[in-house]
Ligand binder design. Structure first.
Ligand SMILES: NC(=O)c1ccc[n+]([C@@H]2O[C@H](COP(=O)([O-])OP(=O)(O)OC[C@H]3O[C@@H](n4cnc5c(N)ncnc54)[C@H](OP(=O)(O)O)[C@@H]3O)[C@@H](O)[C@H]2O)c1
Length: 242
């Protein structure tokens, strides 16, 4: 386990980002948050407890400044627009983080590291149709999130890419369960509380077993996770499902 003293949260003003800020503060980390200038107000309640660096997350000058002295970096990869926002954000973090820093990135189940994920027809169609329409309207470029993750997978930094299932709001159910491949039975419920997605991201900063892994996560109290827990040996790791 590696200790963390100063964590940077890139995309801090979003729903996932704000939960991550709270979890990081709960762990006693010094927190730096990067968010778009127009979203600074969304962090008003936390403003006295964190350092806010306003700017677009693919702006290398902003990211370089924010990452100074940070031994942990949590990045929300959001494929907004058609100007390579997600890959630009990922590349800036990979290039400008302190040497040896723990880097944890968020994305969805549609990202595959080794092509071994098995997707339901529903998810395949959703990604195809949503991706097509969003690209047509030029609001979201899912391919750029794929490019961002490919760059991360190829990098020699100490990265983890956390792949989130469908998300819902609600009270924490504890640390989500993870598996290497979408399609593994433990993940069948395809649901996680957003607050727990954030918990997993922050917890990953100090979990060296997750370095160079792309865990797909599911809520700890979902039916598939409970079924798996009941069937597994008491010696099995509580947070790892495969
Ligand atoms: N939503 C889901 O069901 C789902 C499922 C699986 C995985 N995920 C993953 O979870 C992570 C967080 O997703 P979320 O849905 O929960 O959203 P979120 O936390 O609210 O994050 C959205 C991020 O995108 C930024 N953003 C919004 N509009 C933008 C724009 N036009 N240009 C640039 N940045 C913009 C937001 O910044 P501002 O605060 O400045 O608006 C925020 O940082 C993502 O990595 C996503 O791939 C989501």
């Amino acid at each position: 386990m590696t200790g963390i003293t100063k964590a940077c949260i890139i995309g801090a003003s979003g729903k996932l980002g704000r939960y991550m800020v709270q979890h990081a503060l709960d762990r006693g980390y010094e927190v730096v948050g990067v968010c778009r200038p127009e979203s600074v107000d969304k962090l008003a309640e936390l403003a006295e407890r964190i350092t806010i660096v306003p700017g677009r997350t693919n702006d290398r000058e902003v990211i370089g400044r924010a990452l100074r002295g940070c031994d942990g970096v949590l990045t929300v990869l959001a494929p907004w627009g058609m100007d390579h926002y997600a890959s630009g954000t990922a590349q800036a973090v990979l290039d400008l983080a302190e040497p040896g820093a723990r880097l944890v990135f968020s994305c969805g189940w549609h990202i595959t590291r080794d092509g071994q994920d098995v997707y339901t027809r529903r998810l395949r169609w959703f990604v195809r149709i949503f991706g097509f329409i969003a690209r047509l309207l030029r609001v979201v470029d899912l391919d750029d999130q794929v490019e961002a993750c490919d760059r991360i997978f190829r990098s020699h930094t100490r990265w983890t890419v956390v792949r989130g299932s469908d998300l819902e709001e609600g009270e924490s159910q504890g640390l989500p369960v993870w598996s290497r491949h979408v399609g593994d039975p433990v993940l069948a419920s395809n649901l996680c509380r957003r607050v727990d997605f954030a918990l997993f991201m922050v917890d990953a900063l100090t979990n060296d077993a997750l370095v160079h892994e792309a865990p797909a996560i599911v809520g700890r109290q979902t039916e598939s996770a409970r079924r798996h827990a009941a069937a597994s040996s008491p010696l099995a790791s509580p947070a790892r499902a495969d």
